[in-house]
Each structure stands twice: as structure tokens, then as C-alpha cells.
Design a protein around this ligand. Sequence first.
Ligand code: NDP
Length: 329
Amino acid sequence: MPRALFVDRDADRTLATVRTLDPEALPEGDVLVEGLYSSLNYKDGLAVTGRGKIIRGALPFVPGIDLVGRVLSSTAEAYAPGDLVIQTGWHLGEARWGGFSQQQRVEARSLVPLPPGLSPLHAMVAGTAGFTAMLSVMTLEEHGLTPDQGTVVVTGASGGVGSFSVALLHERGFHVAASTGSEGAHTYLRSLGADDIQPRDVLGAGAQRPLDKAQYAGAIDCVGGDTLAALLSTMGRHGCVAACGLAGGAALHTTVFPFILRGVVLAGIDSNTCPPARRRAAWASLAALPASLYDAIHTDTIALDEVPARSDALLAGHIQGRLVVDLQQ
Ligand code: NDP
């Protein structure tokens, strides 16, 4: 019988345990997938520990916002048994049972075929984090950002989205500044291609003035809150901030001055509901990256029953890079 990680509540405690899964209990969907790998993201950490209101389905619930697997059966024309498929987002592991499972039933319209050149393992080294970083870089480039315009800063740089963002920007020839609160991550960030390392507190102190000295041509922000306000006030003319995270806070206190006096653009990134064509384009670009980039960001591969302990470590900021969950272990 397949196994899955279930989240449940006992009085006011959240419990996460690996148990046998009754395939009859799987959600409705037109594709049954054998799970090969998932990954551990910030959202998963919140769901597994109960520290954030991520789970919107009834308990007990199978979390996991990422999944790569092999199609076992399909009533959808687009997929046949044996096909390798990826699902990230579309509320997987939030509103419907997710990737921390050896079997899952999903909707064909939510899937992306594993692109040629990308292994299942590397697909989950990327997972939602790499996909979100790629969407962020695509957004900056669509805005017209080129390497000759100046430094691009990445906040929350040692995390999953941050690591991929640093590596992708470096790969495309940008001068990259990494903002991090993890002193032990400096060598790692330099190995990914960070040109400058900045202590988290610098931007974390918030905007000192509505418009401060222009320092950056672009930014990928995983932190939000005061950090995002500081980024807006230090962005150069017509700079662009791809805002994807809230690891430091959800509130945003700013003024309109960066927008109306410098033409700064604040671009939102939502990987969850990214439309299918853009989704496939981002995965195709991820598949074209060198294996060495994935190897540098792949921190560890863990088993399903290690997910709860690693979730605590992730939320405590003790994990750099990406953790892959091997569903076959
Ligand atoms: P990780 O936990 O891997 O990384 C988060 C990083 O943020 C940490 O490694 C740390 O980096 C930094 N950080 C942690 N706590 C704080 C804090 N209190 N103040 C400032 N910085 C902090 O998470 P992910 O990379 O998976 O996700 C990053 C963010 O992006 C999350 O908020 C997540 O919800 C969001 N996200 C959004 C997506 C979207 O579609 N919009 C998709 C995926 C993620 P360091 O130590 O280097 O400073």
C-alpha cells in the first residue's frame, strides 16, 4: 500500500505522521500519479507545523506543494501511463491533497510534462522555488532589465527562491547582490554567483526616506515588509522589483514617490496560478540550466518521515538551498 504524510490536529496541537494511504481516499482527478519526488518549501514548513494557515482542505490532509511523478493511469487524452509529469501550484498541498504521497490523483490541466533534459530529481531541486525564481527573472527581463543597467539584489538569498534567483541572475550575466541574515551562507552564496553580500539588517531596517540613494536596477524580493519598502526607495530609475515572498512580513508601508518620480515598477509574482503557456516556458528554461547549478543548490534528499523535523529547521532559517523529498524511500 502507498504511504503519505498526513497532517492532523489533536486538541490544539498539529501532528504530522507518515501513514498508509487508501487509494480510494484520493481526491477526484483524471490522472493518477506515482510520486517520485517532492520538495520542502516555506509553505510546506508552515503547513506541516501548523504555524501558518496554509491548509484549506479538511483534516487529515496530505500537504506538499510540489510533485514529480509517473502517470499510472489517465482518462485525459494529454497523458498516458508512463509519462513523467510535474505539478506545482494550482493549490496542490493547500486546497487539495499534495505531493507528500507515494500516489496522488491530480487534474491533467494542472500538469506540465517533464521537459526533455530535466531529470525528475532536478525538477524537484527546482520545485516551486526554482519555478518562482524563473518567473521572477522572466518578469525582470520582460520589463527590459539587462546586465549593463546595474546591480540586481536578491533578498532572503540563502533560501530556496533566493538561491535559485542568485544562480539564475548570475547565469544570465547580471551583477548580483545577495541580502542574507545567514552569516554561514556567505561562501555558499558566492559559489552560486553572488558578487556582493549584504547583511539582512541593511534593507531590513526599512526605508530611511521615501526616496533614497538609487542603488539597484532590479530586485527579487523573498522577504516583503520593511525590506520591500527599503527596496522601493533605493531602486534606480525605471527599476523593477519582482515581489514574491513575505518571509519577513506581509505589510507594506511605502509612498508613491518611487513610482511617480523614478518610474519604479512593483511586479507581483504568483507561481500558484501562473497560466499554462508561461508555466511551460519557465520549465523549459529551467530544463536548459546546467546540472552543476542544480547540484550547487541541492542541499539534501530526505525521506517522507524526515519532513516534520526539517520543516522546523526550515522555518527557523537553518536550511540553505533546497531539500528534495524522495517519495520512494
Ligand atoms: P525559504 O525558507 O527556503 O527561504 C526564506 C529565506 O528568507 C530564508 O532562508 C532567509 O534567508 C530569509 N528569512 C527567513 N526569515 C526571515 C525574516 N524573519 N526576515 C527576513 N528574512 C527572513 O523559503 P522559500 O524560498 O521557499 O520562500 C521564500 C518566500 O517566498 C516565502 O515567503 C514564500 O512564501 C514565498 N514564495 C512565494 C511564491 C510565489 O509564488 N509568490 C512561491 C514560492 C515561495 P537569509 O537567511 O538568506 O536571509
